[in-house]
Design a protein around this ligand. Structure first.
Ligand code: TUI
Length: 307
C-alpha cells in the first residue's frame, strides 16, 4: 500500500491516527507510529509547554515519524505552532480553521503540513498556500465537523487538487480503507477506532460506550453556535439540544460543555461528559492494540484491492 502519502511521511502504511483532543496523547501516537502508521499528538487546548512535554515523551517511545495536530481555535495556537518547529516535529496537521499564517514558518523549517478540510474550497486554498497534502474529513467524523459526507467530499477534493488526499470520517476497518482508496484517497485518517485502542488513555467507561454504540447513537450539538460537534447521545447532549431549541445564547451553551470532554476522557463521566465519536462507532466491537488494528486494516484492504 505504498502511496505518495507513505513516501511523503516516511511511514510503512497509509494510516494516520486523528489528533483528537485529550485522547491523542504521546502513548497513543507512539503506538500508532511504532505499528507503521502515523501517530499524532493532539495539541487541542493545551498550553504550549504541555505540548512540548508530550512531544518529548513521544520521542522517547518511538524513533518513527509522528506528528502534532494543532486545533486552530486554541488561543495558544501561535505558541504551539512555534514549538513544533523548535522540537523538530516532522508533520503538522491542523483542524477547525485556516492555518495560512503559519505556512511560511513551517515550510521554511521543512515541516510537512497537512490541513484537515471539510470543503473543496478550503482544500484548494490550502494547496495554493503550500500544503503537502490535505485530510478531507466528512461529517460522519466525531468532534468538530463540516456538512459534507466522506463519500461525496473525498472524490470532489481529489478532482480539485493535485496534492495527495487523505480520507477521514466513517472509516474503521479494511473495507473503509479500500473504499477510500477507490475514491482516490492515498491514505486514511481514523479517530474513533483509535479512541477504543488498548494504548488509548481514555477512561474505560468511554471506550465501553463506543464499543456498545449502534449506528444511530451519535448526534450533533452546536449547529446554532457555528461549531457543530458530533458526539454520542447522553444526558449532556439531550440538555444541550433542548437549550439550543429554546434559543439559548452561546455563553449558556458553553457553560454546559466547559471541561466536558475532559470529564468523559479522564473521569469516565459518560452521563455529563462529551463523548466525541464518529458514526462508525457502531462498527467498533473491541479494544484492540494499535498494532493489531493496523495489521487488520492493511490485510483486509489489500485483499479487497487485490494488491
Ligand atoms: O478539528 C476537527 N475536529 C475537532 S476540533 C475539536 S475541539 C472543539 N471542541 C468544541 C468546539 C470546536 C472544537 C474537536 N474535534 N476536525 C477537522 C475539521 N476542521 N473539521 C472541520 C474543520 C474546518 C472547519 C472550518 C476546517 C476549516 C474551516 O475553515 C473555516 C475558516 O477559517 O475558513
Amino acid at each position: 500500500m505504498k502511496t505518495r502519502v507513505t513516501e511523503l511521511l516516511g511511514i510503512e502504511y497509509p494510516i494516520i491516527q486523528g489528533g483528537m483532543a485529550w485522547v491523542a496523547e504521546h502513548q497513543l501516537a507512539a503506538a500508532v507510529s511504532n505499528a507503521g502508521g502515523l501517530g499524532l499528538i493532539g495539541a487541542a487546548s493545551a498550553p504550549a509547554d504541555v505540548v512540548r512535554e508530550e512531544i518529548r515523551k513521544c520521542k522517547a517511545l518511538t524513533d518513527k515519524p509522528f506528528g502534532v495536530n494543532i486545533m486552530l481555535l486554541n488561543p495558544n495556537a501561535d505558541d504551539v505552532a512555534r514549538i513544533v518547529v523548535e522540537e523538530g516535529v516532522k508533520v503538522v496537521t491542523t483542524g477547525a480553521g485556516n492555518p495560512g499564517k503559519y505556512m511560511e514558518m513551517w515550510k521554511a523549517a521543512g515541516v510537512k503540513v497537512i490541513p484537515v478540510v471539510a470543503s473543496v474550497a478550503m482544500a484548494k486554498m490550502m494547496e495554493r498556500a503550500g500544503a503537502d497534502a490535505v485530510v478531507a474529513e466528512g461529517m460522519e467524523s466525531g468532534g468538530h465537523i463540516g456538512v459534507t459526507t466522506t463519500f461525496s467530499l473525498v472524490p470532489q477534493v481529489v478532482d480539485a487538487v493535485s496534492i495527495p488526499v487523505i480520507a477521514a470520517g466513517g472509516i474503521a476497518d479494511g473495507r473503509g480503507v479500500a473504499a477510500a482508496f477507490m475514491l482516490g484517497a492515498e491514505a486514511v485518517q481514523m479517530g474513533t477506532r483509535f479512541v477504543a485502542a488498548k494504548e488509548s488513555i481514555v477512561h474505560s467507561n468511554y471506550k465501553e460506550k463506543i464499543i456498545k454504540a449502534k449506528d444511530i447513537d451519535s448526534t450533533i450539538t452546536g449547529t446554532t453556535t457555528g461549531h457543530p460537534v458530533r458526539c454520542l447521545r447522553n444526558k449532556m447532549t439531550k440538555e444541550y439540544l433542548r437549550l439550543e431549541k429554546e434559543g439559548a445564547d452561546f455563553m449558556e451553551l458553553e457553560q454546559l460543555t466547559l471541561g466536558s470532554l475532559r470529564k468523559a476522557v479522564i473521569e469516565g463521566d459518560v452521563v455529563n461528559g462529551t463523548l466525541m465519536a464518529g458514526q462508525i462507532a457502531g462498527l467498533v466491537k473491541s479494544e484492540d492494540s494499535c498494532e493489531d488494528i493496523i495489521q487488520e486494516l492493511v490485510r483486509d484492504a489489500s485483499k479487497i484491492l487485490k494488491l
